[in-house]
Write a protein that binds this ligand. Structure first.
Ligand code: PMP
Length: 373
């Protein structure tokens, strides 16, 4: 069997510099989301060995609602509820599934999801599956979000409003204006849904995220595969909403439960955050150092994700290859992951590099001059 249409589509991507390939990792890690350096740590390796020694199973054997519910899942959810200060928590296999679950099952027919223009693909997947109306607002523009809600109400919208944002945008590194969004949510009797994927472990008190302590109805998503160095996702919300997910969210109901072993490892990551304030503080220090290096060269930086927007897809690829040859694992991010004409190097300040490597990377990026002090 040959696949000429698939082949042609792949060739068209290649011609535009957009063909994606999984490539081996190597060099200093400026590409992963392992912001605390936990993924390869002895701390998590020990947790895995300890769990196996305690007889924690590698596989769940079924969905949570059937035989797959395990004591490790429940223990993780209990500890996460305490750590994040949430009424209830649901553990899922990953953030992608969790966003599908949240947006397909929580907003109901007659509701409105008003989302930042740059929310993650997984939130879009969830909205596509859901029954609520969905409308975007200009990135980080709270006034525009308010206008979208007002227009919807003027046109007869009567249901509940769900405001969907990320606390740290994955490809921009920008922080959401959460206090203003929380005020808007409170004023509109809306629920603020915050994807904390890139904030968990880095921002907020001991890495609890940027939405921690906001005074409005909240759903937050903490992923386990980034700062926490493991995998999985924790949805924090009011008990009624968590119970709704358990009963309505197909990515939860019809999927094999995450491995109990993975739950045990994620528990260890959370416990480390709670017990070792130096973990999040280390990430903050690296972020500050990288921010200074970037800003001295005129590159704005607001988090541990620093985008160097190049524009042209092939040029971004060339720059990444050049830096990789010098021992820095920096990746080019191209459309459709980012808007057309904004291909970029996504510099991710991970826990696997130190100040010396950060400085060396910025010095190695062609065309960037450090401004005279
Ligand atoms: N939300 C955001 C903002 C993300 O960046 C990602 C991962 N790229 C996800 C959700 C999906 O999480 P996971 O990788 O755990 O499926």
């Amino acid at each position: 069997m040959s696949y000429p249409r698939h082949q042609a589509a792949l060739e068209a991507l290649a011609q535009r510099g957009r063909l994606r390939r999984v490539t081996p990792a190597g060099g200093w890690d400026f590409a992963s989301n392992d912001y605390l350096g936990l993924a390869g740590s002895e701390l998590l390796a020990h947790a895995a060995r300890d769990a196996l020694a305690r007889g924690v199973p590698v596989g769940a054997g079924g969905s949570r609602l059937l035989r797959g519910n395990h004591a490790e899942h429940r223990a993780l959810e209990g500890e996460a509820a305490e750590f994040f200060g949430s009424g209830a928590v649901l553990y899922m296999g990953g953030g992608f599934q969790a966003n599908q679950a949240i947006f397909s099952a929580l907003p109901m027919r007659g509701d409105l999801v008003v989302h930042d223009a740059l929310v993650h693909a997984s939130a879009h997947e969830g909205m596509r599956l859901g029954r609520a109306e969905t409308r975007g607002f200009a990135h980080n523009d709270v006034g525009d979000a308010a206008r979208v809600i007002a227009d919807w109400r003027d046109a007869g919208g009567r249901g509940r409003v769900w405001i969907a944002v990320e606390s740290v945008y994955s490809m921009q590194g920008a922080l959401a204006p959460l206090p203003a969004l929380a005020e808007l949510a409170a004023r509109e009797d809306a629920v603020l849904v915050v994807d904390e994927a890139h904030a968990t472990g880095v921002f907020g008190p001991q890495g609890r995220g940027l939405a921690h302590g906001l005074a409005c109805p909240l759903v937050t998503l903490h992923t386990g595969g980034k700062g926490l160095g493991a995998s999985g996702a924790l949805i924090c919300a009011d008990r009624v909403l968590i119970e709704t997910l358990v009963n309505k969210a197909r990515p939860f109901i019809y999927a094999t439960a995450p491995a109990p072993l993975s739950a045990a490892v994620l528990r260890a990551g959370l416990r480390a955050l709670a017990e070792e304030p130096g973990l999040a503080a280390g990430a903050v220090a690296r972020m500050a150092h990288a921010g200074n290096e970037a800003q001295a060269r005129g590159i704005p930086a607001s988090s541990q994700i620093i985008p160097l927007v190049v524009g042209d897809d092939l040029r971004a690829l060339d720059m990444a290859v050049d830096l990789q040859a010098q021992g820095f694992d920096v990746r080019a991010i191209r459309p459709p992951t980012v808007p057309r004409g904004t291909a970029r190097l996504r510099i991710s300040v991970t826990g696997n590099v130190g100040a010396a490597q950060i400085s060396a990377l910025f010095a190695a990026i062609p065309g960037l001059q450090r401004a005279a002090a």
